[in-house]
Design a protein around this ligand. Sequence first.
Ligand code: TRP
Length: 333
Amino acid sequence: MEEKRKLFSAVQPSGAVTIGNYIGAIKNFVALQDEFDCIYAVADLHAITVRQEPAALRKNTLELMALFIACGIDPEKCVLFVQSHVPAHCELTWVLNTITYPGELSRMTQFKDKSAKHAENVNMGLMDYPVLMASDILLYQAAAVPVGADQKQHLELTRDLAIRFNNRYSDTFTVPEPYIMKGSGAKIMSLADPSRKMSKSDDNPNGFITMSDDRDTVIRKCKRAVTDSGNEVRLSEDKPGVSNLIAIYGAFTGKSAQETEKQFEGKGYGDFKLAVGEAVADALAPIQAEKARLLKDKGYLNEVMKRGEETASRIARKTLSKVYRKVGFYQGE
Ligand code: TRP
């Protein structure tokens, strides 16, 4: 049997998941399950680099696990686990820290942005975040990592560290490639300000739709979405608001921009926005129902996590023990 290439990705359990996260990440995770051997993690170790309320972190971890499965990630096909359950992530991070230069980390765009945003809590974990991410990827010898624009620099560092380690200690790590999502790599923008990325930390809650928003909320937010001058539903750089809605509509209905333009020819923004809201709400309803059902079945979720932990640990241990041997840690004779 031909072995599939390994693919790794993770999402932080740091609160509400927006439809931007879904379209940009989780939806693709589902699509990649057959093409790759997929390993997906709930990145709780990353989450604590900014302050988290402990009870909320626990709840968000379970909810994200349920959401992954509700969205169609099949725990029978993929390795699905919680990052902190596999200690090798921290262990490899320590070793990789010794070949990482502080300057490489302090010039990371995300570190600079988050340091400015959380000025009261600029901690070593925040700075070391990309090394932990490199460990996530390298432990599983992942060949491909689906990443959005904001994680590209971190993947670049991962590649640098893999190459550096391989050169210093002999071939150990697979050097991962970014996996560019076909078609739907679209970045989803704020509904309130289409020049900014959709984010759950937006001060204006009308700027984002979360995966748990109810039907009325979804439709209201879509109706209020900022559109552009004119009244034509057309994908265009000078129509960032409408173009963003076309992308959202496409992600939830499978329709191309051309099909959408044609469907709404001669109709105004009002009709279109309502259709977008209904399409999003229709798509979210079954996911929300399945997620609620799963959350009532904690036994099942715990079992999935346990199985994920076991499989992930087995793969990670193998890499880690190779690394320990290469750097000269005594492991018995
Ligand atoms: N840092 C990623 C994010 O916030 C999450 C993440 C953690 C990740 N480890 C990873 C993504 C490894 C890809 C590969 O989006």
